[in-house]
Each structure stands twice: as structure tokens, then as C-alpha cells.
Design a protein around this ligand. Sequence first.
Ligand SMILES: [Zn+2]
Length: 82
Amino acid sequence: MGKMSEIHIRMLEENFQGDPDAYLEAYVNNMQPRPIDILHKDILCPNCNKEHLIKINKVDMSCTKCDHDFVYIANDNSIKFK
Ligand SMILES: [Zn+2]
């Protein structure tokens, strides 16, 4: 069984509803996939400028590349350093 199939099966097992590409990206990046809410893919990490942020919950966002945490400000759709 190929690696891609394994990931797809895991995605089905976790009943992941989001973007499969985003899931794969997160999987490859931290190799420990968890049910994450991948939103605001357009927000580039202001710390490393290499990766888009993932949303952990309503206010917490994190970078899968440099592991920096941010707070999401819903009012103006922006983020700030924690
Ligand atoms: Zn980063």
C-alpha cells in the first residue's frame, strides 16, 4: 500500500471534512496528523514567511513550519504574535 493511500484512509477514519490537499500538507509538515481546522490558508506566517497558518481553535493559530503561535483577530481578519 502506498503512502498516499495510507493518508487517505487515515483521513477517512478521522472523518476529515476539510480540503484534502491541506490535510496532506499538514501531514507532510508535522507527520502527526490530528483533526485540525484548516482555515485562512491565505494568511502567511509573519514569522518565517514560508508557511500558511492553520487554525487550531477559535482564536489560536499556529505555523506548521516554525511552530510559532498566533492569536486570530476575527474583527479585522488579522493575526498578532502571541
Ligand atoms: Zn512560520
